[in-house]
Design a binder for this molecule. Structure first.
Ligand code: NI
Length: 169
């Protein structure tokens, strides 16, 4: 079943999510539901706060591979940067170019409680940086200049309005 995605400016999106101390059935079911939600929404990634759960869990779908990471931690950020478009399921509609590190190394737990270490670059590195930001209450619009951020938020409001009009007609 698909979960409801919380939209900006829902306060849960600004909380610092709590570490997961025990990977139990509740966490595994949450991860499954987040994957269903992500696939349904056609996104690259989803963090638990986006479905109203302030816990450190992310799912990423890049290069035809699903990553489910518990308590992810980015260990290293390359000095080399990449610039590319990002959007967010919590701010549907607009996209904007965001600067990220080209390469990162991530450490996390998988759903079996085993430690995993991933070296990622390009799109995958971008997705991990975006989703780990969510766990710290940071949104992609926070990486934009003021003018660009206002433009993105206006586009988002327009998108919401169009969607609600479509729902009525
Ligand atoms: Ni997002």
């Amino acid at each position: 079943m698909s979960l409801e995605v919380r939209l900006y400016p829902d306060p849960v999106l600004r909380e610092r999510a709590k570490p997961i101390e025990k990977i139990n059935d509740e966490i595994r079911m949450l991860a499954d539901a987040m994957i269903v939600t992500l696939v349904h929404a056609i996104g690259y990634g989803l963090a638990a706060p986006q479905v109203g759960v302030s816990k450190r869990l992310i799912v990423v779908d890049v290069n035809n591979k699903f990553y489910v990471l518990v308590n992810p931690e980015i260990l290293t950020f390359s000095e080399e940067k990449q610039m590319g478009p990002e959007g967010c399921l919590s701010i549907p509609g607009p996209e904007a170019d965001v600067e990220r590190s080209q390469k990162i190394a991530v450490r996390a737990l998988n759903l079996d409680g085993e430690e995993v270490y991933i070296e990622a670059e390009g799109m995958l590195a971008r997705a991990f940086q975006h989703e780990v930001d969510h766990l710290n209450g940071i949104l992609f619009i926070d990486h934009l200049g003021r003018a660009k951020r206002q433009l993105v938020l206006r586009e988002f409001e327009k998108h919401l309005k169009e969607e609600s009009e479509e729902a009525v007609s």
